[in-house]
Structures are given as C-alpha cells and as structure tokens.
Design a protein around this ligand. Structure first.
Ligand code: SF4
Length: 400
C-alpha cells in the first residue's frame, strides 16, 4: 500500500517572557513562577507524548515527511525534553528518512548543548526569532535578547551542524526607521542563512502593544512600511534568495516544506494545546485550556484499550465548523496565491472536483486583464504589480 504523506506540528506553549506584540498561545515563564513551570513542563510533555501515541494506528498508512516543533519557544525546554518528544514521535509514526524536521528557537535560550541535542534527535532545520538587529527596537518589543545574544545562538546552531537555518525579521516595529531596518536586513544577509522570513508587524487586539499609545506612535507610517517592504524584496533577491511566498525567502532548495503544506492544503496533524490540524478534508483544533489538556491526556493514559484512548483524546479536539467546501476553496486560493508559483487549475479540480473557472472565472479574468494576475497554461499567479497589492485582491476570492 502506498503511504500518504503527512506533516506534524508540535506546540510548545512556553516562553521566557511574553513579547508585547504577541497573541500566540504561549505563557511567559518568569522567575516568579519558574518552580511551578518545571512541574507543568513535565506534565505537558507527558501529555504531548500520550497524544502522539494515540495516533499510532496511522503508522501503516501515513509517512511523516515534515515535522515542525513550534511555539512559544521550544528552545526553552530542558535537556532531554526534545529527545523524548522525538523518540515518542518516531514510536507513534513512520518518519521518512528525508523528513524536514524544524525546531523554533529564540536567542537567549539556545545553548550549545541544546543545539547539539536537536541534531542528535534528528532535527535538521532551525528557525531563530531575531526580529531586529537593533537592541533598542528589541527592547521596545519586549524581546528577552539583544543582537549579540542572537549571534551566540546562531553560532551555536552552526557549530552543532545546522545548515538549514531560518532567521525571522519583523519590519515596521516601534522606533524603527528605514535606515535601522536596512541595517538589520544587511546584518542578517551577511550571515548567509538558508532562509529568511520577513513579516511586517501587525498590531493584534488585546496585546499590550495595542494598548500602548506611546509605542503605537513610534510605529513607522505606511509610506515607510512600503519602502521597507520594497527594500526587502530588492535586497534579498539580489542576495540570491528566491521569494517563494509573499513574506518568505529561501536559497534554492531551502524553501520550508512544512509551511508549503499549509499553503497548499496538504494534510497535517497538530499536537499540544491550541494546535490545529487539517486531516481527511476536515479542520480541527485542540483545546486551548492547559488544565483540560493535561487532565484528559492523563485520563487517556489510564484507558485499557486503544479504542478507549482514542475516544478520550477526541475530547480535546474540536471540529472547525467553518471548514466546508466553500471555505476550503477560499483557503486554497488565499494561501496558494501567496506563493509566487501560484495555484494550478488542475490541482483545484483534483481537490474539489470542480473547475476553478466555474468558481472563480470572473475574478481571475478581471485581474488578468488589469495585469495583477497571470494565467500561464492553467497556473494562476500574481504578477509583481499584483503581489504588491495582494491583500485587496485576495479579498475578492471570498465566496458569498
Ligand atoms: S518569543 Fe515568540 S511566541 Fe514567545 S512571546 Fe515572543 S513572539 Fe510570542
């Protein structure tokens, strides 16, 4: 039997401290609750392992070809934690020899020995959250590290043997100017990482940043934001990077295979609190409640039969009601068009058993005529002009 390909996401919801712009599901572990955290950390990893083992029935029908350990800050975990997770994952799933296995790390938490542990555990890609190479900007963002600490982490990763390294940058952050942004970009390019993600800051409701008028006033205006966006593309492309997604650049062959699964609606299962999955044409998400997650997983570990374990684990998964076919078509277009290679009419047909022109013919024709999209033998993609105003065009792919 030919095995189907599967991606796995593992969520580690702990960070040294919350950054002021962050709305991800993660808890800051400051000195005050460190002792409690140590116990919670162990309980959480045990729960994660139980959840992973509850999927071992998929071993014969799926081969895992991408794994992404994200967060939060996975590199905050203690020695041995990541090896335990990876060992359990390999017990539960059949993992391809060539799997891309990524871990996210933040400067200030990535030691030499942790980087070596990751390599030993078979992890072959590391994504380091730098965000800015300017110490004042880092401090305003509430990051725990400065640029020198990032350099130590980067060297630790290289010394341990990581070749495939991503560096995350954010533009339009408080206090930033075009000059300081370009300086960050140039410093990062000098390190020659395999991959650079460059996003523009989004002020999310409910974050401390959204409530802080003084910092909000320090955010560069739209015109400067646009210049940063244009400079990112110009500099990275001239530096040998391929822009394969609106905000992601890679040296040839280093595009992130796991993220491409998200953008092309391929199957993946997420483990841990808040993790989402797309599996068997259904979207579902895990509970965001830490206590509930640990309680149900502990109960699952005491179940007698495999069927009882599965039934128990299903209690933490909630089906996403919105994921009907129309919604999936929208996602296919939104996510696929963010990739510079675009979407293919034949993949759309294969996935939904309908012609892309029957569903989106009018909007595609309109934007091909205006020069924002190009249709090259059934491959529909943004032109440069379209990519620069992609958000407003993508909104027209919403179905009624
Ligand atoms: S390190 Fe990342 S996940 Fe953690 S608080 Fe900062 S932005 Fe959020």
């Amino acid at each position: 039997m030919v095995k189907r390909r599967l991606g796995i996401y593992i969520h580690i919801p702990f960070c040294a401290r919350k950054c002021i712009y962050c709305d991800f599901l993660s808890f800051g572990v400051d000195a005050q609750n460190y002792v409690n955290w140590n116990g919670l950390r162990k309980d959480y990893i045990n729960a994660l392992c139980i959840e992973l083992l509850s999927c071992k029935h998929l071993r014969d029908s799926y081969i895992v070809d991408t794994i992404f350990i994200g967060g939060g800050t996975p590199s905050i975990l203690m020695p041995g934690d990541i090896e335990k997770i990876m060992d359990t994952l390999r017990l539960a799933f059949s993992v391809s020899k060539n799997a891309e296995i990524t871990i996210e790390a933040n400067p200030g938490t990535l030691t030499e020995s942790k980087a070596a542990e990751y390599i030993h555990a078979g992890i072959n890609r590391i994504s380091i959250g730098l965000q800015s190479a300017n110490d004042e900007e880092l401090a305003l963002l509430g990051r725990i590290h400065n640029y020198d600490q990032f350099l130590v982490s980067y060297d630790n990763a290289r010394e341990a043997g990581f070749e495939n390294i991503n560096i995350d940058l954010i533009s339009a952050v408080p206090g930033q100017t075009l000059h300081t942004y370009l300086n960050s970009l140039e410093k990062v390019m000098k390190l020659k990482p395999a991959h650079i993600s460059a996003y523009s800051l989004i002020v999310e409701d409910g974050t401390p940043l959204a409530e802080n008028d003084r910092l909000l006033r320090l955010i560069p205006d739209e015109d400067t934001d646009r210049k940063m966006y244009e400079a990112t593309e110009r500099l990275l492309i001239s530096g040998g990077y391929n822009r394969y997604e609106i905000s992601n650049y890679a040296r040839p062959g280093y595009e992130c295979r796991h993220n491409i699964k998200y953008w092309t609606l391929k199957e993946y299962i997420g483990f841990g609190i808040g993790a989402s999955s797309f599996f068997n044409q259904r979207r579902f998400s895990n509970t965001q409640d830490m206590d509930e997650y640990i309680r149900i997983m502990t109960a699952a570990s005491k179940c007698g039969s495999f069927e009882e374990v599965s039934a128990c684990v299903n209690n933490i998964r909630h089906l996403d009601e919105a994921a009907d076919t129309g919604h999936l078509m929208e996602e296919f277009m939104f996510l696929g068009l963010r990739m510079t290679k675009g979407v293919s009419a034949s993949s759309f047909h294969k996935k939904f058993n309908r012609s892309i022109y029957e569903v989106y013919g009018q909007v595609i024709d309109r934007y091909v005529s205006s020069g924002h999209l190009v249709n090259n033998k059934g491959i529909i993609s943004f032109t440069k002009k379209g990519l620069d105003v992609s958000n407003s065009i993508l909104a027209d792919f919403l179905l009624d």
